[in-house]
Design a protein around this ligand. Structure first.
Ligand code: KG4
Ligand code: ZN
Length: 335
C-alpha cells in the first residue's frame, strides 16, 4: 500500500484523511466544521477561519492517527489543497503539509480544490473519460469538460454569485441562518413551485448568473410579505435547477458527451439530484458523490493527490498557497 495523508483548509472546514493511494481506498477522514463560529456573521469570516484551522488541525491529526492502525512513519506522501480558497486559511494547511513532508522526507503533492471536488465522485465509483463536471458550491459554479486527469477545459461559469451564495442569500431573506442551503432544501419539500421567477440573460453559451434571481426573490417577498415561504423556497429551487439543467444539457449535447458528474456542497440538494437524475432517460450517465463528500473534505483531496502522485507531479518545499489559480492551467505541468 501507498499511504497518503491529505489536508484541506481552503475555507471553513478543517479536514484530514488517510488514504491508500495504491488500492484507492479511503482509510479514514475527519472534518471539523466551523459553521457555528461563522453563522452569527452570516458568512465565513476569513481571520476567524484561519485561527480556527490553526487551533484544530493538530488535534484532528492526532485523532486521525489514534483511530487508525497507522503512524507518521507509515506515510509515503502528503496531499494538500494548494488553491483556490481563502488565503489565510489555505496557508495553515499548506504550512502543516510542508512541515510533515519535510520532517519525514516524503513527497509533497499539491491538489487544486476544484479537482478535489470533481474526484469526490471517484471515492465511490469510477467514471469513464471524457465527462462533464458541474461544480456547484459556496464559492464556485463552473462547468468543465474533463478529458482525463489533469486535462480540464472550462466551458462556463457564473458571472456573479455562485449557486451556493444564491441559496444562502435567499435563505437569509426567508429568515434562516448561514449556511441556508439545507434549510431551503427542507422547506421547499413542503411547498409548490407556484412562482415563475425570470431566467437570466447571460453572455456566453454555458455561463450562469444568479444575482438577478436573488433580487427577483427579494422583490417578490417585499410585494407579497404573506406569501407561503415554502412556496417561495420551492419556486426558487426549481428555477435554480432549471437554469443549471439548461446550460449543462446544452453542453452535453453540443460536445456529444454522455457522462455528467455533479459535485460540491449544493450537489447535496434533493431537488437538484432528482432533476439531474431525470437525464438518465436521455441516456446520460449521471454521477453524484456520496452525501458525505459533497461538502469540503480531505478524502477527495487524497483521491486527486493519488492520481497526481502516480504521475510524479510533486511540489517543491518552497511552494506557497495561492488564493486563485485556474483549474485548466493547473493541469499537469505546472510544477
Ligand atoms: O462545497 P461547499 O461545502 O463549500 C465550498 O467549497 O464552497 O458548499 C457550501 C454551500 C453553501 O452555500 C450551502 O448553503 C450549500 O453548499 N448547500 C446546499 C445544500 N447543502 C449545502 N445548498 C442547497 N441544498 C442543500 N441541501
Ligand atoms: Zn469546496
Amino acid at each position: 500500500m501507498l499511504l497518503t495523508l491529505a489536508i484541506e483548509t481552503s475555507c471553513d472546514e478543517t479536514a484530514v484523511a488517510l488514504f491508500d493511494a495504491e488500492g484507492k481506498k479511503l482509510i479514514k477522514h475527519l472534518v471539523s466544521s466551523q459553521v457555528n463560529l461563522h453563522s452569527p456573521f452570516g458568512g465565513v469570516v476569513p481571520e476567524l477561519s484561519a485561527r480556527e484551522h490553526t487551533k484544530n488541525i493538530t488535534p484532528l491529526l492526532e485523532t486521525l492517527f489514534r483511530e487508525t492502525p497507522y503512524s507518521w512513519k507509515d506515510l509515503n506522501f502528503v496531499s494538500f489543497t494548494l488553491t483556490p480558497g481563502l488565503i489565510l486559511s489555505l496557508v495553515v494547511g499548506v504550512g502543516v503539509a510542508k512541515s510533515v513532508a519535510h520532517s519525514l522526507g516524503i513527497p509533497l503533492v499539491p491538489v487544486h480544490h476544484l479537482e478535489g471536488h470533481i474526484y469526490s465522485v471517484f471515492l465511490s465509483q469510477r467514471v469513464e473519460y471524457p465527462f462533464i463536471a458541474l461544480i456547484v458550491s459556496g464559492g464556485h459554479t463552473e462547468l468543465y469538460l474533463v478529458k482525463e486527469f489533469g486535462r480540464y477545459q472550462l466551458l462556463g461559469k457564473t458571472l456573479d454569485d455562485s449557486v451556493g451564495e444564491a441559496f444562502d442569500k435567499v435563505a437569509r431573506l426567508l429568515g434562516f441562518p448561514y449556511p441556508g442551503g439545507p434549510h431551503i432544501d427542507k422547506l421547499a419539500q413542503l411547498g409548490k413551485p407556484s412562482i415563475k421567477f425570470p431566467h437570466p440573460k447571460v453572455s456566453g453559451k454555458y455561463n450562469f448568473s444568479f444575482s438577478g434571481l436573488k433580487t427577483a426573490v427579494l422583490n417578490f417577498i417585499k410585494r407579497n410579505p404573506d406569501y407561503p415561504k415554502e412556496d417561495i423556497a420551492a419556486s426558487f429551487q426549481k428555477t435554480v435547477a432549471d437554469i443549471l439543467l439548461d446550460k449543462t444539457e446544452r453542453a452535453l449535447r453540443d460536445l456529444k458527451i454522455s457522462r455528467l458528474v455533479v459535485v460540491g456542497g449544493v450537489a447535496a440538494n434533493s431537488e437538484l439530484r432528482r432533476r439531474f437524475k431525470e437525464l438518465e432517460k436521455k441516456n446520460i450517465e449521471i454521477f453524484f458523490p456520496k452525501m458525505e463528500f459533497t461538502s469540503d473534505n480531505a478524502a477527495m483531496i487524497a483521491y486527486a493527490g493519488s492520481l497526481r502522485f502516480e504521475r510524479g507531479r510533486y511540489a517543491p518545499l518552497d511552494i506557497n498557497a495561492l488564493p486563485n489559480y485556474p483549474l485548466e492551467k493547473f493541469g499537469l505541468d505546472w510544477t
